[in-house]
Design a protein around this ligand. Structure first.
Ligand SMILES: NC(=O)c1ccc[n+]([C@@H]2O[C@H](COP(=O)([O-])OP(=O)(O)OC[C@H]3O[C@@H](n4cnc5c(N)ncnc54)[C@H](OP(=O)(O)O)[C@@H]3O)[C@@H](O)[C@H]2O)c1
Length: 345
């Protein structure tokens, strides 16, 4: 086992796109677990757009403190344990953050540390069966409530969350229109994820392109991007549409994400007697097992495929987070630190 623990600590609150200099790469001794504690070596880190918000200000979770490791979902292996519930060698997941080793008694800022389900890989635990897959599943089924034959519009359709939404909506018998950046991502959204069509928003006139593909309007909007993409969607909602506000990544690098131009065509919600609703996946924690079971069922039926973008090397944490905002990832953005299984003490 290495005797040095590396940690990326928040050095300053970022302005705009994050820079490496917003963080400090610190080295310290690997911590020793005390009574009732265990030591985890992190093997895989999850990268999520919401981390940009956690670095900036208090929101649904408190902001990461200056000098603290960057908060992140992760998978790791228990390498030493004085805790009866955690055995050396066991693979676990939790909010371990940007650090190679973590001592814990079982709880992290974003929930309890839990063993990986049998047969589930670290990539699946953080992706399709993790926060993004579950966000897709519960946001679409619980709030969007699509009926067979409905038209579902999904922005960020080649991303971790959007790509699962596309496939769950197809499995529920919907017509699915994706929106993504660039021809390669759009080709993947239609040929691999199985959407009926995909709009490359970089080619412009997104509202006109939606109208051409869904002249009777869209019944469910699963919104990951916000801003002008959301406005284009609202211009095309059908009667009684459900607009699910999952995220708005287009504003996350703004100095004040709440000071944008606003949603101009909001009156469409009135005219179409539609509903627009946001959610935070942590509210569904008590139903995660149900979501995992449903997604695993779709995978077993060949109706759900996953894509992962796996970067390598702990030193690349800031660069890997930037990839989400540069649109470089296809599917779930991960960073592998080391391959399990690891030696245990
Ligand atoms: N409500 C919740 O509880 C919850 C939980 C998880 C995720 N989310 C939200 O879901 C959304 C997707 O998250 P994810 O983890 O699945 O990430 P992701 O979609 O895998 O990655 C982010 C993607 O966003 C697109 N993007 C980045 N900057 C953009 C911009 N300025 N305009 C338009 N598109 C941009 C890029 O795709 P293109 O190349 O296609 O532009 C990029 O690949 C985010 O808004 C996130 O905050 C919400």
């Amino acid at each position: 086992m290495a005797d040095t623990n590396r940690r990326w600590l928040l050095a300053t609150r970022p302005h705009g796109v994050i820079k490496d200099s917003d963080f400090t790469l610190a080295e310290s001794a690997v911590p020793e677990p005390g009574p009732g504690e265990f030591l985890v070596r992190v093997t895989h880190l999850s990268f999520d757009p919401t981390q940009r918000g956690w670095l900036a200000a208090d929101s649904y979770l408190p902001a990461v403190k200056i000098g603290e490791p960057v908060r992140a979902g992760a998978v790791g292996q228990v390498v030493k344990s004085n805790h009866p519930g955690f055995k050396p060698g066991q693979m676990v997941q939790g909010g371990f953050g940007w650090q190679e080793y973590v001592v814990s008694s079982g709880m992290t800022e974003i929930g309890p540390i839990t063993p990986l389900f049998p047969g589930v890989t670290p990539e699946q635990a953080l992706g399709v069966f993790g926060i993004t897959g579950l966000t897709a599943y519960f946001g679409l089924t619980d709030l969007g409530r699509p009926e067979p034959g409905d038209t579902v519009l999904v922005s960020g359709a080649a991303g971790a969350t959007g790509s699962v939404v596309v496939q769950v909506a197809k499995a529920l018998g919907c017509k699915v229109i994706g929106i993504a950046g660039g021809p390669d991502k759009c080709a993947w959204v239609t040929t691999v994820a199985g959407a009926d069509a995909c709009i490359d928003y970089r080619t412009g006139d997104v509202a006109g392109q939606i109208k051409a593909l869904a002249p009777k309007g869209v019944n469910v909007v699963f919104e990951n991007v916000g801003g002008e993409i959301l406005e284009a969607a609202l211009m095309n909602i059908a009667l009684k549409a459900r607009v699910i506000l999952c995220g708005g990544i287009s504003s996350y690098n703004e100095e004040d994400p709440n000071a944008g131009p606003g949603i101009r065509p909001y009156m469409q919600l009135t005219l179409q007697r539609a509903r627009m609703e946001g959610f935070i996946i942590l509210d569904y924690m008590h139903r995660f097992a149900e979501g995992v079971q449903a997604l695993a069922g779709l995978m077993a039926q060949g109706k759900l495929t996953t894509a992962e973008d796996i970067q390598v090397g702990f030193e690349n944490c800031p660069a890997t987070l930037r990839r989400l905002f540069e649109g470089k990832n296809l599917g779930k953005q991960l960073l592998k630190l080391t391959d399990p299984p690891l030696p245990v003490v």
